[in-house]
Design a protein around this ligand. Structure first.
Ligand SMILES: Nc1ncnc2c1ncn2[C@@H]1O[C@H](COP(=O)(O)OP(=O)(O)OP(=O)(O)O)[C@@H](O)[C@H]1O
Length: 380
């Protein structure tokens, strides 16, 4: 027999404990707890007079206010709330989740608060933990975007909170390669990146407007990149991969000014016409305090019925590594060689990075192992 006063107290305890458990549920877009974001507006525990498997059965109503009605991640949030309630150890809690959306006024306040906390470019504040890798190539078409997409997917599959920016105004191929086809959600002027394969992605290709390319050129590039970084809600990812536009100057300079922690990774193919320009793209580090982390040689060979064909010649990656090491006076290693593989191209076109299996886990093949090794080296 349970007395009324005890029952009331235990309901309050359950409500408090449920709130505590919900504080661990993180909004996948904003990267903050749903309680901290003010999304939980009511929790009510009403016990039924039954015991199930030795535990009291309690109906728990959770009232949730989402930031945007019908947001694509609604179900994910509701599932997480459901799990947090049903996994309660001391009682059998039966969840009833009432979903609504925030009032305009509340949303404006929330966004203002978030913006206030992050008024500026989030990646250059002191003590930031995010590792930033800017992928440069010099010459176009050498596979810089394919490397960026697969590297980002590998980081995410290894469990790192991963963001990727496609800053390639000429190509913006990252969303295609990652299959990130959605539009960024606009939360009262703050943009949410599109998540694909666990990678939060933003591309300037997602912004409409004829002046997009003009904005991203020359003297305004630095401002544009900064704006791009601060108008998007990135949270504080472990790693940020930036797919730069091909070329040797402007873009890398803008990155160095905007993201002082960024490290440059230079992609080349084996042939001299690519490696000569790749060296020049790395030499930008003589003008700005940006570290060149290493070189990746793509399209290094093609395995044809057991025969290794070096279609684009040999030695480009090693040449870039040696020349940059000499010019910059520190070791700029050749980090990885990537063979030509039809699957890499095909999976890129299908929006499924070749390094991932059908479940989105790291695949068990040579190419995936190479990318895993690269990702682990870069995070050291
Ligand atoms: N190792 C590889 N094996 C087979 N195909 C590849 C490989 N690397 C890249 N490709 C293909 O080559 C083409 C160019 O690659 P990608 O778009 O990644 O290059 P990029 O350097 O980013 O080009 P851009 O200069 O246009 O930005 C794509 O069709 C891609 O699928």
């Amino acid at each position: 027999m349970v007395h009324m006063s005890e029952r009331v107290e235990s309901d309050v305890v359950i409500e408090r404990n449920v709130r505590e458990r919900l504080s661990k549920v993180i909004d996948p877009e904003l990267g903050k707890s749903i309680t901290e974001l003010g999304m939980i507006v009511g929790i009510e525990a009403v016990p039924r007079d039954i015991i199930d498997a030795g535990k009291p059965v309690v109906d728990v109503t959770v009232r949730v206010e989402l930031t945007v009605a019908g947001c694509p991640l609604t179900q994910q949030i509701i599932d997480a709330i459901n799990d947090a309630v049903t996994s309660y150890p001391a009682a059998t809690l039966v969840p009833h989740i009432a979903v609504g959306s925030m009032s305009e006024q509340k949303l404006t306040q929330l966004v203002d608060d978030l913006k206030e906390a992050r008024r500026r470019n989030p990646f250059n504040k002191p003590g930031i933990k995010t590792k930033i890798f800017a992928i440069a190539s010099g010459k176009g078409g050498v596979g810089k975007s394919s490397v960026s997409a697969n590297l980002a997917a590998t980081f995410a599959a290894l469990g790192y909170d991963t963001a990727a920016i496609d800053a390639d105004i000429y190509g913006f191929s990252l969303p295609t390669l990652l299959g990130a086809h959605g539009q960024p959600t606009n939360l009262n002027g703050m943009l949410m990146p599109v998540t694909a394969w666990g990678v939060k992605t933003m591309s300037i290709g997602m912004f409409a407007g004829a002046d997009r390319a003009i904005l991203w050129r020359g003297p305004r590039l630095h401002r544009s990149l900064e704006q791009f970084l601060s108008d998007v809600w990135w949270g504080e990812p472990d790693v940020l991969v930036i797919d730069l536009a091909p070329g040797t100057g402007d873009m890398a300079l803008a990155v160095a000014q905007t993201l002082p922690n960024a490290e440059l990774v230079v992609v080349t193919t084996p042939q001299p016409s690519a490696s000569d320009v790749a060296v020049r793209s790395g030499l930008v580090a003589l003008q700005v305090p940006m570290k060149v982390r290493g070189v990746i040689e793509n399209m290094s060979w093609y395995d044809h019925h057991g025969e290794r064909l070096t279609i684009f010649g040999e030695g480009g990656g090693a040449r870039v590594s040696q020349q940059l090491t000499r010019a910059l006076r520190y070791d700029v290693p050749l980090l990885m060689q990537i063979p030509l593989e039809t699957e890499l191209r095909q999976s890129g076109e299908a929006g499924h990075p070749v390094v991932l299996d059908e479940h989105g886990k790291l695949a068990d093949h040579d190419l995936a192992h190479r990318f895993e090794q690269l990702a682990r080296t870069l995070m050291q």
